[in-house]
Design a protein around this ligand. Structure first.
Ligand SMILES: Nc1ncnc2c1ncn2[C@@H]1O[C@H](COP(=O)(O)OP(=O)(O)OP(=O)(O)O)[C@@H](O)[C@H]1O
Ligand SMILES: [Mg+2]
Length: 315
């Protein structure tokens, strides 16, 4: 027996000859944890969620959600999950309360249960006072909170959140993060969320899978991922024989990783202050002229760059 709430093996989705959206995704999400799929636009995040929530069929591979196969046992899966979508699918002509009511009734909740859940969830997402207003009058943050409440109407074991804070301002994002943490900690839920915000993954996730071109390119706790980079990242801006400089410093024992991006060199080291002088000397010896230097703490963006060789678009 494993404690995995979600397990996929070689999950593959081909939309057409040209578009291979998932190229073999292996996931294992432990029960009562938050897993964040972090990746740039078009990486395959929504496709993964669509398959796991039985809204799309995989081309190949398998996926178990709450122990049930998404292709063979979709009804069993649906009974145990909730989902909030990337694009809002709320009917703007309903009030918040009505939106929750129809959703609950559609999923077979009794009237009494529906009313009970609505009161509880409106309180949770702090929409009590707006409950009887049309959704069309809600702000973006309020809509997101209502979506979250709707995903929770059926008391899911596992909640899928596709870009839960997309387009929200920092204050609203922090609010949503608070509810998400609560769902795990107070209600024992398992959450699989997608995001293209580094800070969101860093703040919330027990485990982060970085997805790029339909593959998980690296996975770990945010801390593990960032530690791969070394304790500090030195950013050098300059000109000269860059490739030679990079080759030389990549062979140093205290350099975890050195790559070039956007005209900058990102060098992961064990201690920025201690190693700076040595690196500057090597630059001098190689003929690489440094124009600007910054010492920063590594971010998941640096990890993304390290594993894909590309800058994360939204960093
Ligand atoms: N219904 C579809 N038909 C054809 N191609 C699709 C379809 N849905 C997605 N794709 C393609 O599959 C790839 C993965 O898309 P997906 O929506 O899963 O990415 P994403 O990681 O969610 O991106 P974003 O951050 O923009 O939401 C993209 O190349 C996309 O164009
Ligand atoms: Mg998406």
């Amino acid at each position: 027996m494993t404690n995995s709430a979600i397990v996929t093996q070689e999950l593959t989705k081909r939309y057409s000859d040209e578009v291979l959206a998932l190229a073999g995704v292996d996931l294992a999400v432990q029960a009562n944890t938050i897993y964040a799929l972090l990746g740039p636009n078009g990486a395959g995040k929504t496709t993964t969620i669509s398959i796991l929530t039985t809204l799309a069929q995989p081309t190949a591979g398998t996926a178990l959600v709450a122990g049930f196969d998404v292709v063979q046992q979709p009804a069993e899966v649906r009974r145990r999950i909730g989902v909030t979508f990337q694009e809002t699918v709320l009917d703007v002509d309903l009030t918040g309360r009505q939106a929750l009511w129809f959703h609950g009734r559609l999923y077979g909740l009794s009237k009494a249960k529906c009313n009970q859940k609505i009161e509880e969830l409106l309180t949770l997402v702090e929409l009590e006072s707006a409950a009887d207003r049309r959704v069309g009058t809600y702000s973006g943050g309020m809509k997101r909170r209502l979506e979250l409440a709707r995903g929770l109407m059926t008391e899911p074991e596992i909640l899928f959140l596709d870009e839960p804070t997309l387009g929200l301002d920092p204050q609203n994002r922090a609010g949503i993060w608070h509810y998400i943490r609560d769902l795990k900690e107070q209600r024992g839920m398992t959450l699989l969320m997608t995001t293209h915000y580094m800070d969101e993954a860093e703040q919330l996730a027990d485990c982060v899978g970085i997805i790029d071109n339909g593959r998980i390119v690296t996975e770990g706790t945010p801390q593990q991922l960032v530690e791969q980079m070394g304790a500090d990242v030195l950013r050098f801006h300059g000109h000269g024989p860059e490739a030679e400089f990079l080759t030389r410093i990549n062979s140093l024992s205290f350099v975890e990783n050195a790559v070039r991006t956007n005209g900058q060199l990102h060098i992961g080291v064990d201690s920025g202050n201690k190693r700076l002088v040595e690196l500057v000397q090597i630059a001098g010896a190689t003929g690489f002229v440094i124009e600007d230097i910054a010492i920063t703490k590594p971010s998941l963006g640096d990890v993304f760059l390290q594993v894909t060789g590309r800058q994360f678009r939204d960093e």
